[in-house]
Ligand binder design. Structure first.
Ligand SMILES: [Cu+2]
Length: 237
């Protein structure tokens, strides 16, 4: 009987812990305001190996990818201030950036400090990976037809920086490096969600690859709060 009471008390204690440790989240929708820039097909005719892959469906420019209602894809949203200083376990599973059909995909990726970014070349042609970070060392290397993959890692956090291919000048992707798990990348529905935040005040930053970043301060409690972001074309000077 005494043992049973202990068990009940232990269970009640565990439930209590679970309740008090309940975390909040911040979520929202990211929308482009105003007249969008129309994305045109890429002219690949000067590069026969790429042109052949896109006879029926051309590669489209991807600087601005919108869904219905001008919701924005490829926006990287990160908690940029207020994250408790802890060791957040880094996933060993790599983040994949592929160069398929003479196009990088996804357009926007984020990798944790120390987590591998696996760059793939399934095309069987020569690509050239040239990335231009500020906090981390830049690199520029060829990926010949027979080099199918290469793992990269980054030691320092930084905002999204560009990956180029010097052989196919339209190819572009962006990669952020982050020290914690509190980030999200939008798809065409423009929705982001960041879970697992302890109650507190945080700065949230939304990054588009070119437009000025958008910053908001939010107060998170238990449950979900909403913080939307809007981007628009910068005013002409
Ligand atoms: Cu290329």
């Amino acid at each position: 009987m005494k043992r049973f009471i202990h068990m009940v008390m232990a269970a009640a204690f565990a439930v209590g812990i679970a309740t008090t440790a309940q975390a909040g989240s911040v979520a929202g929708k990211i929308v482009f305001e105003g007249e969008p820039i129309v994305m045109k097909p890429v002219d690949t005719s000067a590069v026969p190996e790429c042109h052949a892959m896109h006879k029926d469906k051309p590669i489209m420019r991807e600087e601005l990818v919108l869904g219905p209602g001008q919701t924005m894809a490829n926006i990287y949203v990160e908690v940029t201030k207020g994250v408790p200083q802890k060791d957040y376990p880094v996933p060993t599973e790599p983040i994949v950036l592929t160069q398929e059909g003479c196009r990088y995909a996804p357009r926007m990726v984020a990798v944790r400090v120390g987590q591998p970014l696996k760059v793939l070349n399934p095309d069987g042609i020569l690509h050239n990976v040239n990335y231009l970070p500020k906090a981390n060392p830049p690199q520029n290397f060829a990926m010949p037809a027979n080099m199918k993959e290469k793992d990269l890692t980054f030691e320092k956090a930084e905002a999204p920086f560009m990956f180029k291919c010097d052989i196919h000048p339209w190819m572009g992707a962006y990669c952020a490096v982050v020290t914690h798990p509190f980030f999200s990348i939008t798809k065409e529905d423009g929705v982001y969600k960041i879970d697992g935040l302890e109650p507190g005040e945080y700065e949230i930053t939304a990054y588009h690859e070119r437009l000025p970043k958008q910053v908001a301060t939010v107060k998170v409690a238990d449950g979900e709060i909403t913080q939307d972001f809007k981007f628009s074309r910068p005013a002409k000077k």
